[in-house]
Ligand binder design. Structure first.
Ligand code: ZN
Length: 696
């Protein structure tokens, strides 16, 4: 970029030829004669109420040039260009970007919103002393529903109202129009504190006793002390769901609830055992529901109606995701339920919930595919079920959400066409496990959007939490859901992404991080995997001993991890933008794991071979110190660079590495002094900092 004090020069042929790259890629861009230079200020004239507000104008702040640029935006009921598919007209827009000003036309306020978003992106991309060709953009989305689902998990459970609003803005800036928020979900495994992993994000009427509090403890290098928080999710405690929905509506983003309805369900059965699934002896289990119990049906339908009537309906939202995933075969087996097959219980209960929601005003009821297509050993989305939905008058209200998270391909039973004409969404993963490790999913996004396109899905809503280090994945989802062709295959999109959001160095850094992920090695090494109770393993799990034993023959791959992390870090160092600041944490965290496990495996193998002398501890000690320094660097970067709601969970897991390496440093000192045998060097911390409150 030219220095600011340089006199204004005519646009070069190269800059005049270049129209800015945009995410998502517009459908049609026709270049005109004439050049558009960067304005300094935009004068908006919009005939839609609520659009000339501060937030809309703020989108045009920070323009590089000088002078005013007039924007005429108008809703016209007659807007129907022949290129635009009929069912995409409500979000379509036409934008003429000319030298002196722009004209924007759309059929609805939504079209105006997306057109203004595009215009702001274009104007901001014009260099201060350059220009772009005049152009007409005619644009519309490929998919009607484009968004993400925020799982109740580490991070979302600490988000405040402003964080949720910022997320809505992040989606709207990418023309994504859907944000799912989990209100209730549990994992049927004991984790950190020895209890089941459960979250409730909105209070249940008449049941104030049902809640789940968490404690997170970590070591803060910046403060030089342990930190601890005990909390209920702000979303639950302040009952924020309605405010988030209302804010979403004002930004063109429909915020919808996801509520687990049968599986992923331990908290409610714990508080109300008579609702729980029973075994053959009629004893309540710690999970699931007995759907033969009329009181349970009354409770669930009443609760869902409350969610709809309190939060959704007043805001004009009519979509409800009842999940129904991963029940497996763990259904109630009480005397009543045992009279029915699992398939019949599943179908009866699902139809009952759909009918009830539709009867109170919900228009779209979403269910996951897997319980219907996988866990009962066959595809139960059969003709008989379709006929039943038609007979009940709800066939058109049902959407099947088809999920698969692999980077390589979909799963055999994840095909929207197998829904026999039921409406479909596809669900890739955009960001998960971020609290514990680098976990790239942009290829999964491309795979699933291609599947959705091929098999007629109407929406894409990724499985996710939010972390700015995963912006590439969110942008890939925005790209392929708005315009399936996008800029081309995912590798080409990565290059484009670099140009739009960052530069080639950042893309190269991501590729170094991604290169370590192929064998899922970081999943094996990172502490998070060992926070779970596992039937055939000791509890608490010995960490890092368990992964050291499991990877003792993978030293070369682990050493590569350290080098790749170091390389990515070099490419990201010194940058101040949000993406790079979040990515460098990932780079150093990877490097720290690589360095730590490299030296641990060497020591472990040497001890096992009986080939170590006390003096060898002098050789290992500085390398352990190096790994500890990297762990501390990671922790300092987390505290400085990550959003506040991610810091406790990120720090908790790293604190376990820290605590262990400090212990190991002490053990090695004792070996040097002859006070400890090599065979007594400890490879795990009993009751480590993350699990200390657990009552094992
Ligand atoms: Zn039962």
């Amino acid at each position: 970029m030219a220095p600011a004090n340089k006199p204004k020069a005519p646009a070069s042929a190269a800059s005049a030829a270049a129209f800015p790259q945009l995410i998502p890629e517009p459908q049609l861009v026709n270049r005109f004669a004439g050049a558009v230079q960067s304005p300094g200020e935009v004068k908006l004239s919009v005939n839609v109420p609520g659009f000339a507000d501060d937030r809309t104008c703020a989108a045009f702040c920070g323009l590089a040039g000088t002078g005013k640029y007039s924007v005429q935006a108008e809703v016209s009921e007659d807007f129907a260009p022949q290129e635009v598919p009929e069912d995409a007209l409500d979000e379509a827009y036409q934008l003429d970007i000319m030298s002196e000003g722009a004209v924007l036309t759309a059929r609805t306020a939504t079209g105006i919103r997306w057109g203004l978003t595009t215009l702001a992106d274009v104007l901001k991309a014009i260099p201060a002393h350059g220009s772009i060709p005049a152009a007409r953009i005619l644009d519309w989305p490929t998919l009607k529903t484009r968004g993400i689902f925020m799982e109740n998990k580490w991070g979302p459970d600490l988000m405040e109202l402003d964080d949720w609003k910022a997320l809505v803005d992040f989606l709207a800036a990418r023309k994504m129009n859907n944000l799912g928020i989990s209100l209730y979900g549990c994992w049927d495994r004991r984790q950190y504190d020895g209890r089941f992993t459960e979250w409730l994000m909105a209070p249940i009427p008449d049941h104030p006793e049902i809640k789940r509090e968490w404690t997170i403890r970590w070591y803060s290098p910046e403060k030089g002390a342990e930190q601890q928080i005990t909390y209920l999710p702000p979303m639950f405690e302040k009952d924020l769901f309605g405010e988030i929905i209302a804010y979403g509506q004002s930004r063109g983003v429909e915020v919808i609830p996801y509520v687990n309805s049968l599986g992923h369900n331990t908290l409610i059965p714990e508080f109300i055992p008579e609702f729980a699934a029973k075994n053959e002896a009629g004893e309540p289990q710690h999970f699931g529901y007995c759907t033969s119990n009329p009181d349970l049906i009354k409770f669930v339908t009443g609760w869902y109606q409350h969610i709809y009537e309190k939060y959704l309906k007043p805001n004009g939202v009519h979509t409800f995701h009842i999940q129904m995933d991963e029940v497996g075969q763990d259904f109630c087996r009480c005397a009543e339920c045992s009279k029915m097959s699992l398939e019949q219980i599943l179908k009866d209960y699902t139809v009952l919930l759909i009918k009830h929601l539709v009867s109170v005003g919900v228009q779209n009821v979403v269910i996951y595919n897997d319980q219907f297509t996988r866990h009962l050993g066959k595809n139960t989305l059969d003709e008989a079920f379709m006929q039943r939905l038609r007979d009940e008058g709800v066939f058109e209200n049902v959407i099947v959400d088809w999920w698969a998270y692999r980077n390589e391909c979909t799963l055999p039973d994840v095909h929207p066409k197998d829904g026999l004409g039921l409406r479909a969404w596809v669900k890739p993963m955009t960001c998960y496990y971020n609290w514990s490790r680098w976990d790239p999913r942009q290829r999964n996004v491309a795979v699933m959007l291609e599947l959705g396109h091929r098999e007629g899905a109407e929406g894409a809503a990724s499985y996710s939490v939010f972390d700015p280090a995963w912006t590439l994945e969110f942008d890939a989802l925005a790209e392929y859901s708005w315009n399936f062709r996008g800029v081309g295959p995912i590798q080409r999109f990565e290059d484009k992404w670099g140009q739009v959001r960052a530069d080639a160095d950042v893309v190269e850094a991501i590729r170094w991080l991604d290169a370590t992920e192929r064998e899922r090695l970081l999943q094996v090494l990172s502490y998070y995997t060992y926070t779970y109770e596992q039937a055939d393993k000791p509890w608490p799990r010995p960490y890092p001993e368990e992964p050291v034993v499991n990877t003792a023959d993978r030293a070369a791959e682990i050493a590569f991890m350290a080098r790749a992390g170091a390389r990515a870090r070099c490419l990201l160092e010194g940058r101040s933008d949000e993406i790079a600041r979040n990515l460098i944490v990932e780079a150093v965290r990877l490097q720290a794991h690589g360095a730590m496990f490299t030296v641990l495996i060497e020591m472990w193998n040497a001890i096992a071979a009986g080939s170590v002398e006390p003096a060898d501890a002098r050789v290992y000690a500085p390398r352990v110190q190096e790994a500890l320094d990297l762990v501390i660097e990671t922790m300092v970067l987390i505290e400085r660079n990550k959003p506040a709601y991610l810091i406790p969970s990120y720090m908790r897991d790293m604190s376990v590495l820290h605590e262990f390496l400090v212990q190991l440093t002490g053990d090695l000192g004792e070996v040097i002094e002859g006070k400890r045998q090599w065979s007594d060097v400890r490879f795990s911390v009993a009751k480590n900092i993350a699990q200390r409150e657990a009552d094992f």
